[in-house]
Design a binder for this molecule. Structure first.
Ligand code: PAJ
Length: 279
């Protein structure tokens, strides 16, 4: 595995693969790699032969009171995990390399970017799309893999590629969970053992909504109430939102249908967690 820290080196390293018409598949991450990230690499290997991963903790997508400075950066573990997973090129630029002081242009994420996660984290998705657009321009992959874990992010990246005519296939890979159901996240390492247990309420709430739907309940408000009633008794869990939405538009229907998504966001202590499931 080659590790590149400058844009020029990254472009030079990818050139031979492009010239020999290898299919280049890209997995963008912020590091603190876990089995969820590594599942994206596995998926990437089924899509192409040259696998590029980026590790960049993107300051643009963190709010002023968010966890940018404490976000985990286990550099050596990440390099080892990426190499073992089969990454060919690892792009790990500095903030200065990615953002020149002259920078004035950014991508705006539109209406969808200001709802749900975007409402709770103003500017977050503009930051995500700006860095993803930059990374796409640097790597110029044929395909890129994103996790369903960040459902709204995946929808927005797909919309950006469509609306800005970027010739990149976006692949969405399923959520990897712990055996007890907790969705893997780099932020799980902030949780104390007690909070870790409380965090399972997110998954339980999603499952409860799914069960209700399977039993024949289709009224969205009733489904959402069933989910909220699972989280409400947990003193450690502060619910931000739980909603049944159309998986493409992220709008709430009044009557739920198969294929809709249940999305949830909650704070456990100071850690914000998100999860989702398909009905
Ligand atoms: P990060 O949170 O590191 O996630 C990188 C990728 O891994 C995303 O596509 C995310 O959806 C996926 N992922 C995270 N947890 C997962 C899980 N449990 N199962 C499957 N996939 C999972 O998302 C970002 O970084 C950033 O916003 C980024 C796109 C890199 C832009 O900065």
């Amino acid at each position: 595995m080659k590790i590149l820290t400058t844009i020029a080196d990254m472009r030079a390293a990818i050139k031979p693969a492009r010239e020999s018409r290898e299919r280049i598949v890209f997995v963008p991450t912020m590091g603190a790699l876990h089995a969820g990230h590594l599942s994206l690499v596995e998926r990437a290997k089924t899509e192409g032969s040259c696998i590029v991963m980026s590790i960049f903790v993107n300051p643009l997508q963190f709010g002023p009171s968010e966890d940018l400075s404490r976000y985990p950066r286990p550099v050596e573990d990440d390099e080892r995990l990426a190499e073992e997973a089969g990454v060919d090129l690892l792009f790990r630029p500095s903030v200065e390399e990615m953002y020149s002081s002259a920078r004035t242009i950014s991508v705006t994420s539109g209406k969808l970017g200001s709802e749900w996660e975007g409402k709770s984290r103003p500017g977050h998705f503009d930051g995500v799309l700006t860095v993803v657009a930059k990374l796409f321009n640097i790597v110029q992959p044929d395909a890129a893999i994103f996790g369903q874990k960040d459902l709204q992010q995946a929808a927005l990246v797909s919309a950006m590629v469509r609306d800005l005519d970027m010739p990149i296939d976006i692949v969405i890979a399923p959520i990897v969970r712990e055996v007890d159901g907790l969705a893997l996240s780099s932020r799980n390492r902030y949780l104390s053992p007690e909070q870790r247990k409380a965090a399972l309420a997110l998954n339980r709430a999603l499952n409860r909504v799914r069960e209700k739907f399977a039993e024949g309940e289709t009224r969205v408000a009733a489904l959402e109430n069933a989910g909220v009633s699972v989280v409400a008794p947990e003193p450690q869990v502060g619910l931000d939102y739980l909603a049944v939405i159309d998986s493409k538009t992220f709008e709430r229907p009044t009557v739920a249908q198969k294929g809709n998504s249940i999305i949830i966001a909650a704070r456990v202590g100071t850690t914000r967690l998100i999860d989702n499931m398909t009905l």
